[in-house]
Design a protein around this ligand. Structure first.
Ligand code: M6R
Length: 593
C-alpha cells in the first residue's frame, strides 16, 4: 500500500524521489504526489493517477536538493487530487506525507483543530495541522512533531518538511516501515529498501515509536521521551539491477521462472548434507506445543494448508489454519500449549501483525515465516524463518507461495526427525517446474480457450483442493474473471447450480487416492454443459488431459501443479491486456486492517 520516498542531498531531489516512487509502484496505489524545496519555498505537485502522470505535471526547470513523495492507496477519501499527499498545514508551513491510518483522527480534530480548515477527507491532513497547532504554542519543530505524534493512535510512517528550516526532513515511525539510507550524495528515506538501491551504502530500519530528523549527511533519532538514541547502520547489499524485470515482459513471469532456483537455494540454505539448519529453539518450541495455529492471509493462508498437512502427517501435531482478519476479532478456544506460526511474504500484513500482537500479549510463542528479515513480523515474533524467495514485486504472489511450502516441509521434517527423501524430492520438483516452464506454450493455448469466460471453477480434493484455492485467487486477481475453487465433492451440495453451457471447470488431479473421484465429479459438470479441463500428474494422466504435470512426490505436488495455474492466470491476464503486475484495486503489502 502507500509508498514514501524522501531525499536530501547534492543530487536532484525530483529525479531521486520520482524514480523511487516508480520503484514502489508494485505496492499498489491510485494517486501520487511530490513536494520539492526551491528557494526556501515548498512546491507541491499531486494528482490521481500513476507516477508517469506526476512526472508530467511536475515539469519544473529548477533543481532541488530536498523532496518528499508519496504514492497513495486510498483509505480515507476517494482517489483524487485533494486527497493525494503531500498535505499542508493551514499556515502552509508544514508539509508532509504519511503511510498508515490514524485511528483517532476525528477525536483529534475535535479536541485541537476546531478553528482549522480542512481541504481533504484524509486522516493525514490533521497531522500537518496538529504540528502547526503545537508549533503555534511556541514549541520548536522537533518538539511540535513529537507532541503531535504522541497524540496519534494508529500506524504511521511520516516525512515532514518545515518551510522555515528547509535543511531537514523530520521523520517518525510507528507500525509502518520506514528505512533511512546514507550514501555519498545524501540521505534517502523510503518505505522499503528498493528506492535506496544505487543511492545508499548503509541503511537503518527504524523501530516503532522512533522519530527524529535527517540533514544531507546526518541522522538524529529520538524515542518518545525525547532522548536521542544511538543506532547501527547495516550495509545495503543490493544493486538497483536486482529489482529489474530482466528479459521478461512482467515481474510476475520473471518470478514464476525464478521458482526452480528458489527451491534449490532453500535446499542449500536449510540442508547441511542430511542435517537441517534450523535453530533448536524453533524446533523445541514446536515440539513443546500441543497444537499449531497457522495464521495468514491470501496466498500465504493457502500455503498454510500445506503446512498443516506436513505438521500433522510428519509431526503428529494437530494444526489449524486461521484467516488472520477473522482471528483478530474472535476468541477461539485455546487449549493447553499452542504455538502460533505466521506465514507472510511481506511480513507487513496488518491483520497478521494484529493477531501476532494479540497472542504474544497472552504469552504464546510465535514463529514468523517471511520473505523479509527486516519486516515488522520478523522483528516482533519470538522466532523467525526466512523463505529466501528474493524480493517479490508482482502483486500476485507466486514464488513466495512455493517458498513458504518448502520451508514448512523442511521445518516439519526437522521437528519430526523422520528420515524422508525430502531433499532429493525437492530437487526433482525443481526439475519438474523447469519442464512445465519449457511447455508453457501449451498453457498459453489453454488461456486462449478460456479468456472470454465470465465465470470459471477450479475443482479438486484434499491437497489438490488447497491448490485450487490458490489457483482461483491467482486467476481472479489478475484476469478479473470470477473464479471459485470448490472441493469437488461439495459441488452436488449446491454449487453445481452455477454450471452453465461452456463454463470452464478445471480439475487438478495429482493424488492417487482422489484422482478417479475428482474425474467423476468433473464428468457431472460436463454433463451439465461445462467445458472440462484437466491438469493431471503424469502417473495418473489420461490421453484427453489438457496438461500433464511431471511426476513428483505426492506431498510436493502443490509446488509443481500451482505453476501451471500461475502461468494460466498470467496468460489470460496478458491476453486481456490487463496490467498484470499491478492489478486494479490491489496492493502488494496490505498494511491496513
Ligand atoms: O505479505 P503477505 O503474504 O502477508 O500477504 C498476504 C496477502 O495479502 C497476499 O498473499 C495476497 O493475497 C496476494 N495478492 C495474492 O497474490
Amino acid at each position: 500500500m502507500c509508498g514514501i520516498v524522501g531525499y536530501i542531498g547534492s543530487k536532484d531531489a525530483k529525479d531521486t524521489v520520482l524514480s523511487g516512487l516508480q520503484q514502489l509502484e508494485y505496492r499498489g496505489y491510485d494517486s501520487a504526489g511530490i513536494a520539492l524545496v526551491h528557494d526556501h519555498e515548498i512546491k507541491i505537485y499531486k494528482d490521481q493517477g500513476r507516477v508517469d502522470h506526476l512526472r508530467e505535471i511536475c515539469n519544473v526547470s529548477f533543481s532541488s536538493n530536498l523532496g518528499i513523495g508519496h504514492t497513495r492507496w486510498a483509505t480515507h477519501g476517494i482517489p483524487n487530487k485533494l486527497n493525494s499527499h503531500p498535505h499542508i498545514s493551514n499556515n502552509e508551513r508544514f508539509v508532509l506525507v504519511h503511510n498508515g491510518v490514524i485511528e483517532n483522527y476525528k477525536k483529534l480534530k475535535l479536541t485541537y483543530l476546531n478553528d482549522y480548515k480542512f481541504y481533504s477527507e484524509t486522516d493525514t491532513e490533521i497531522i500537518a495541522n496538529l504540528i502547526e497547532y503545537f508549533s503555534n504554542q511556541g514549541k520548536d519543530t522537533r518538539d511540535a512533531v513529537l507532541t503531535a505524534i504522541s497524540e496519534l493512535e494508529g500506524s504511521y510512517a511520516l516525512l515532514v518538511i518545515d518551510k522555515k528550516d528547509t535543511n531537514k526532513i523530520y521523520i517518525a515511525k510507528n507500525k509502518t516501515p520506514l528505512i533511512v539510507g546514507t550514501g555519498e550524495s545524501g540521505i534517502t528515506i523510503a518505505s522499503d529498501v528498493i528506492p535506496l538501491a544505487g543511492h545508499c551504502k548503509n541503511y537503518i530500519s527504524l523501530e516503532d515509536k522512533t522519530f527524529g530528523y535527517v540533514t544531507s549527511d546526518e541522522i538524529h533519532l529520538f524515542n518518545y521521551f525525547n532522548k536521542e538514541i544511538s543506532f547501527d547502520m547495516k550495509q545495503l547489499d543490493i544493486s538497483s539491477n536486482a529489482f529489474g524485470k530482466g528479459d521478461y515482459d512482467h515481474f510476475m513471469l520473471k518470478e514464476i521462472h525464478e521458482q526452480p532456483s528458489i527451491i534449490r537455494h532453500l535446499v542449500q540454505e536449510y540442508f547441511d548434507k542430511e542435517k537441517i539448519n534450523i535453530s533448536t529453539e524453533i524446533i523445541q518450541c514446536i515440539k513443546n506445543c500441543t497444537k499449531i495455529n497457522l495464521v495468514a492471509c491470501g496466498t500465504s493462508m493457502y500455503a498454510s494448508y500445506m503446512a498443516k498437512y506436513y505438521f500433522e502427517k510428519l509431526c503428529n501435531i494437530p494444526s489449524e489454519v486461521f484467516v488472520a482478519s477473522e482471528l483478530v476479532y474472535s476468541s477461539p478456544l485455546i487449549l493447553d500449549k499452542p504455538c502460533f506460526i505466521y506465514l507472510s511474504q511481506s511480513g507487513e500484513t496488518a491483520d497478521s501483525i494484529a493477531v501476532m500482537k494479540k497472542f504474544m500479549d497472552k504469552g504464546f510463542p510465535s514463529i514468523a515465516i517471511t520473505n523479509s528479515v527486516n519486516s515488522t513480523m520478523a522483528n516482533l515474533a519470538t522466532y523467525h524463518l526466512n523463505i529466501f524467495a528474493g524480493k517479490e514485486i508482482a502483486v500476485a504472489s507466486t514464488k513466495a507461495y512455493i517458498a513458504q511450502i518448502v520451508v514448512c516441509a523442511i521445518l516439519a521434517k526437522a521437528v519430526s526427525g523422520q528420515k524422508t527423501n525430502l531433499k532429493n524430492n525437492l530437487s526433482k520438483a525443481a526439475l519438474a517446474i523447469e519442464k512445465i516452464l519449457e511447455d508453457k506454450i501449451l498453457i498459453k493455448n489453454i488461456a486462449k480457450e478460456i479468456v472470454k469466460a465470465n465465470d470459471l471453477f477450479y475443482i479438486g480434493r484434499g491437497i489438490d483442493y488447497w491448490v485450487c484455492l490458490e489457483a482461483a485467487l491467482k486467476l481472479k486477481e489478475i484476469s478479473y474473471i470470477h473464479t471459485e475453487a470448490f472441493s469437488s465433492g461439495e459441488l452436488k451440495h449446491g454449487s453445481i447450480a452455477l454450471i452453465d453451457q461452456g463454463v470452464p471447470v478445471i480439475a487438478i488431479c495429482t493424488q492417487e487416492g482422489t484422482n478417479s473421484i475428482v474425474r467423476s465429479n468433473l464428468i457431472e459438470t460436463k454433463s451439465r454443459g461445462a467445458k472440462d479441463i484437466v491438469f493431471a500428474m503424469e502417473s495418473m494422466s489420461e490421453a484427453s488431459d489438457d496438461f500433464i504435470i511431471p511426476n513428483v512426490a505426492h506431498y510436493l505436488a502443490p509446488i509443481v501443479s500451482v505453476v501451471v495455474c500461475q502461468l494460466l492466470a498470467y496468460y489470460v491476464a496478458t491476453l486481456k491486456g490487463n496490467d498484470v503486475d499491478k492489478p486494479k484495486n490491489l496492493a502488494k503489502s496490505v498494511t491496513v486492517e
